[in-house]
Design a protein around this ligand. Structure first.
Ligand code: HEC
Length: 190
């Protein structure tokens, strides 16, 4: 009996150590999931809170001139970027408001920036080493209230979305000119 319980706790200890050692990024607090894990969701929530505080999203958000969108983003889009701090790291956040629905036009969005806001897609430049193969971007797709969109399997769209898959944020933005994953400009080209 004594031996069995020793083996049990030894196994537990070993799996804890193995869990830390194989963590894909950042040590024990991070899960192995490239996106949608508890760590990524928590990080996305902190990012959202800081975007609210900076008036980059939410009812008091800055506004900019809307433009015609392209698939898969909304029919009308508004985009801007600013440095934001998350957990002691300051990086650039690119925020894109995606408007959908038959009634949306550049004018309707200018007049009512909170109406028909279908999704807020954000790229946040994290610390180097977060995702070196993909220029260290953190990806998130929020609803207007700050909750996260999910993929068809119910996984939250936050983190390295959808690393290793043929479709999704990373796969598509990989094709952006300048190899910085940004379509709008090449300011972050390596
Ligand atoms: C099928 C391709 C495709 C997918 C998938 C995609 N995007 Fe984009 N994204 C684009 C294109 C094209 C642009 C530039 C045109 C525009 O503004 O819509 C863009 C623009 C952006 C921008 C503005 C910065 C830039 O690159 O110009 C952000 C932020 C963004 N996308 C976030 C996301 C997030 C987050 C996801 C995943 C939830 C995602 N995108 C999925 C094609 C895609």
């Amino acid at each position: 009996m004594k031996k069995a319980s020793f083996t049990g706790s030894g196994l537990l200890l070993m799996s804890l150590i193995a869990g830390c050692a194989t963590s894909e990024y950042g040590g024990p607090a991070e899960t192995k999931a490239p996106f949608g894990g508890a760590d990524s969701v928590a990080y996305a929530q902190t990012l959202w809170a800081n975007l609210i505080e900076r008036n980059l999203v939410g009812p008091a958000a800055v506004s900019a001139k809307p433009y015609q969108g392209t698939h898969p983003h909304g029919a009308i889009l508004v985009m801007f970027e600013a440095p934001v701090e998350v957990q002691g790291h300051t990086g650039v956040a690119i925020i894109k408001n995606n408007y959908a629905g038959a009634a949306v036009s550049e004018k309707s969005v200018s007049n009512n920036p909170e109406q028909n806001l279908d999704a807020i897609t954000v790229m946040f430049k994290r610390e180097s080493g977060y995702d070196p193969e993909n220029a260290d971007w953190f990806w998130a797709k929020y609803q207007a209230d700050g909750s996260l969109h999910t993929d068809p399997e119910g996984v939250a769209l936050a983190g390295r979305v959808a690393k290793g898959k043929p479709q999704g944020c990373i796969a598509c933005h990989k094709l952006a000119p300048g190899s910085d994953y940004v379509y709008n400009h090449d300011r972050f080209a390596n």
